[in-house]
Write a protein that binds this ligand. Sequence first.
Ligand SMILES: [Zn+2]
Length: 83
Amino acid sequence: MTTVPAPTVPAGRGRAREIGHLTLEPDGATCQCGGRGCLETAIGAEALVQRVRQSRPRAGAADFEHLEDVVRAAKEHDRSACG
Ligand SMILES: [Zn+2]
């Protein structure tokens, strides 16, 4: 059986060392860890909620406060929740 080694995130300057903080875009959005363009800023729960909110300008912000709200809307076949 062949195993694939888990990706590693270089340590440095107090940044968290987890996969969500792997840099995707060096000039990307600022992350809560202090880095820029982390995976978290692209597909983290908060990033996904933000993308849905931006795609639904008429919906109230309260409609999508948490990722669970987006998942619920997607399960209800609300296409706008799918970004
Ligand atoms: Zn980060």
